[in-house]
Design a protein around this ligand. Sequence first.
Ligand code: ATP
Ligand code: MG
Length: 353
Amino acid sequence: MANITLQQVNRSFGSVHAVDNISLTIADGEFFTLLGPSGCGKTTLLRMVAGFADLETGEIRFGGRRIDTLPAHRRNTGMVFQNYAIFPNLKVGENVAYGLRARKVPGPKIAERVASALRLVKLAEHGDRWPHQLSGGQLQRVAIARALVIEPEVLLLDEPLSNLDAQLRVEMRGEIRQLQQSLGITAIYVTHDQEEALAISDRIAVMRQGRLEQIGAPDDIYRRPATPFVAEFMGTTNLLMGTLAAQGTRIKVGETEFGVPRLEAPDGTNVSFSLRPEALRPLIDDEASPQGWAVVAAKLTRLEFLGALTRVEASLSHGAPLRAAWLDLPLQRLHTGDLLRFAYDPGRVTVFA
Ligand SMILES: Nc1ncnc2c1ncn2[C@@H]1O[C@H](COP(=O)(O)OP(=O)(O)OP(=O)(O)O)[C@@H](O)[C@H]1O
Ligand SMILES: [Mg+2]
């Protein structure tokens, strides 16, 4: 097994630069996710690794070996598609056997490997069923077994869970992650669901309009977004604009000042910054803020009780909204229209240059 290197990979369709000069390295055994909005080039990039789409320029290597010049069936990748692409006229076992037959593996060996692939995805008893006799989740497992049965070096998955209902998606993403870990296989996973990406990836590449916006571990991407686009794409946030004040230790947004980690730029500089809702802690009555934290005041406009979590919407002095989210709020002590203080650790603010 080996790492995967993409070097200055490009692909256009007419005037659309679908993949725009992408270079990245994926480590051996890594679960690597391509994440981004619809049309940002995820599928195109994955298909170039699989061999289903040509590169205009650039190179792709598995270890030292250049593979972008090889046909798909010689790249040793297994691919799982969004729509499963299961043959309806073949039984489950035959669907899984398909890639082995194409590779001219001898009969007895095929039976053995199909059985073991079906065991991996917990469908050991289903080899003799027809696809229409399976549920959506089971069909997706067949698709995964079919990709794994050829013992690929790299598993490629393009939005494999998007046709499943929410609860099954959560279950299946855990199973895919577990399977990848136990096999120690390198996986490239495409999704536009940020929570899914955060839940299962070793690293995430956030894409936008064919380009890489940021690559990092889930925690990194969420807590230290490199751009306002990443900050907003990775979940709800307060994205605010203001001017630097107090020797770079505060940002003025309208009349409200936000304490921030000291910045080197001169006062008066325009900056934007992100502060996640869950970083803001409402202070009830005259509750003191924790040592070293900053405080902002905003008028409470809306409370949304969601069980474990309560979402709070407030309005800054010049009318801009401030969103907070908190566990176990004493709701009966909060009233819309109240001026509420919110405390936060200034370290949770991400300032964009
Ligand atoms: N065969 C094609 N012919 C023309 N344009 C294409 C083709 N394939 C992709 N594109 C365009 O390239 C861009 C990237 O498409 P791609 O399918 O890679 O996006 P994606 O990130 O996978 O989106 P989604 O989340 O909707 O699946 C889009 O603008 C798309 O319209
Ligand atoms: Mg796609």
